[in-house]
Design a binder for this molecule. Structure first.
Ligand code: NCD
Length: 324
């Protein structure tokens, strides 16, 4: 059973307390967070924006799965808002010795950690923690199994909106391992909240989503058809860690030939289409290196926007805590 995110994420006054899913977050709050995040962008080489909204607060980054971008950006976002940030080293933490999640979070609460940023391979873990922390603690989902990665959804939305804000007339094509992608889930939910014109999901049949995962989206197994006149192309990483021995998953060469984003496949999309990837990339598998580094790519913009979005979310939580 899915938690009721429209209740679980907000406090009694209706303020955002936990950020666990795009589900239950309306268009108004999403738009405000995107506006707030834009204010945290400054020109390269100038000083990064800072504020004191989290001064005196402590953030615990609990990443029980690998991460580069998400963890580093939550870390920077927290520090730039004045918080102390504790990065728990998973490989040396006691969870490796079999300590329960609850014991881990109670330990962090006893050290006055105010905000827990959680990544975990099992679904339901962020919501479970949110239900079990003390009233003054907030929980943010930084990647939950293959189901949800809400700050990624927002940073993708922000990046798309910088290119084109006419969501109603937009075609977004997500290409790759749709079945195992929490990024696709949250980005799709964010786009659908904004009233996206057409959302297309392109993958080999063996990696296509089960029917109820993406209501309203169009599913393709042919890249040329799926990319036709697209405004936005988002390539996804093949999630080797989540794939068992799925029959029918093509080998790497076959995959690249049929689903890789190359100069040839870009021809199907609109001439000004942007190319996105959440990272980490497998160059030469889901995307040609020269496309990732080329003029149509907004992949590094996604990373920059990721810090800004996490600042916007953390700042809102900090304000809620300061008003209590
Ligand atoms: C993704 C993730 O971990 O969900 N990366 C990210 O957070 N930017 C995508 C992936 O692992 O493929």
């Amino acid at each position: 059973m899915q938690p009721d995110y429209s209740k679980l994420q907000f406090d009694r006054q209706g303020n955002l307390r936990h950020f666990l899913s795009i589900k239950g977050i309306g268009i108004e709050l999403i738009s405000q967070l995107l506006e707030d995040a834009e204010k945290y962008l400054t020109a390269p080489g100038t000083l990064a924006p800072r504020s004191k909204s989290l001064a005196g607060r402590t953030i615990g980054n609990l990443f029980f799965e690998p991460s580069t971008r998400t963890r580093a950006s939550f870390d920077l976002a927290g520090r730039r808002l004045g918080a102390d940030v504790l990065n728990l080293d998973v490989n040396t933490s006691s969870r490796k010795k079999g300590e329960s999640i609850l014991d881990t979070i109670h330990t962090l609460q006893a050290m006055q950690v105010d905000i827990m940023v959680v990544r975990d391979a099992s679904d339901g873990v962020p919501a479970y923690i949110a239900r079990n922390v003390d009233d003054h603690v907030s929980v943010l989902n930084a990647g939950e199994s293959d189901v949800s990665h809400p700050t990624q959804g927002l940073l993708d939305l922000m990046t798309i909106r910088q290119h084109n804000n006419d969501f109603k007339n937009m075609v977004v094509a997500i290409v790759g391992d749709i079945q195992h992608s929490r990024v696709a889930m949250s980005t799709a939910e964010a786009l659908q909240t904004m009233g996206i014109g057409e959302l297309r999901l392109i993958s080999p049949a063996a990696l296509s989503p089960t029917s109820d995962r993406f209501p309203g989206a169009y599913v393709f197994d042919n890249l040329a058809k799926g990319l036709k006149d697209a405004d936005v192309i988002m390539a996804l990483r093949i999630q080797r860690e989540r794939i068992g021995n799925i029959e029918g998953v093509p080998n790497i060469d076959e995959y690249y030939a049929n689903y890789g984003i190359s100069h040839d496949s870009l021809e199907y999309a609109k001439p000004d289409a942007i190319v996105m990837h959440p990272g980490p990339m497998n160059r030469g598998i889901e995307i040609e290196g020269s496309i990732a580094d080329g003029p149509r790519s907004v992949i590094t913009k996604q990373v920059t926007n990721g810090v800004a979005i996490r600042m916007a979310v953390l700042d809102r939580i900090g304000q809620m805590m300061n008003e209590r």
